[in-house]
Design a protein around this ligand. Structure first.
Ligand code: 5GP
Length: 184
């Protein structure tokens, strides 16, 4: 792959989205818009937050090797389209992916110079509090996501850097500094 990849991973509710947004602004990097089979939440637009695909369409694209990585997460499929990364790159130093850990492991195994950063919560209780507090998921989805989180947290040492998202500004500066240092 010509463009370097910056992968932000970690459990749902940990604040990956906020940290990614700050990273994009600080370093003026583009992000890849993922594909998913989950239904759009209120306010989400096709092509902006995600490319929303039917499971059939997703599977078809997966079978023709259009995904750089993909994974089933809490009952839905998510993946990074190779074309999306190439198109967003457009001369940029790197493209940022915000993905769950199974996908991040695939990128690690396939792309040798990817920068892999795991965002961790200050505690498991705080993760639950944030997932409930953001109000975007049903109680059933929250439980599924907390189940996934337990598995994801056990993998954090496999990544290049772990950033604990306790104080947001400290986490942002740690993240920005680390990525700056690793861009080629
Ligand atoms: P959500 O449904 O809350 O938007 O996302 C659920 C989880 O899927 C989050 O951890 C998010 O980072 C992850 N995710 C989003 N896009 C992708 C992707 O393209 N690939 C993978 N593997 N995970 C993704």
């Amino acid at each position: 792959m010509v463009t370097q990849l910056v992968v932000i991973t970690g459990p749902s509710g940990v604040g990956k989205g906020t940290l990614k947004q700050r990273l994009l602004e600080e370093l003026q990097l583009p992000e890849s818009v993922s594909a998913t089979t989950r239904s759009p939440r209120e306010g989400e637009t096709n092509g902006v937050e995600y490319h929303f695909l039917s499971r059939e369409e997703f599977e078809k694209r997966r079978a023709s090797d259009q995904f750089l990585e993909s994974a089933e997460y809490a009952g839905n499929l998510y993946g990074t389209l190779r074309d999306e990364v190439e198109n967003r790159a457009d001369g940029a130093r790197a493209v940022v992916l915000e993905i769950e850990t199974r996908g991040a492991e695939q990128v690690r195994d396939r792309v040798s110079d990817a920068i892999l950063i795991f965002i961790s919560p200050p505690s498991p209780e705080e993760l639950r509090r944030r997932l409930v507090g953001r109000g975007t998921d049903s109680p059933e989805q929250i439980e599924r996501r907390l189940g996934e989180a337990e598995r994801e947290l056990s993998l954090q040492d496999e990544f290049d850097l772990v950033v604990i998202n306790d104080d947001l500004e400290s986490a942002v500066s740690e993240l920005v500094q680390a990525v700056r240092g690793k861009l080629r």
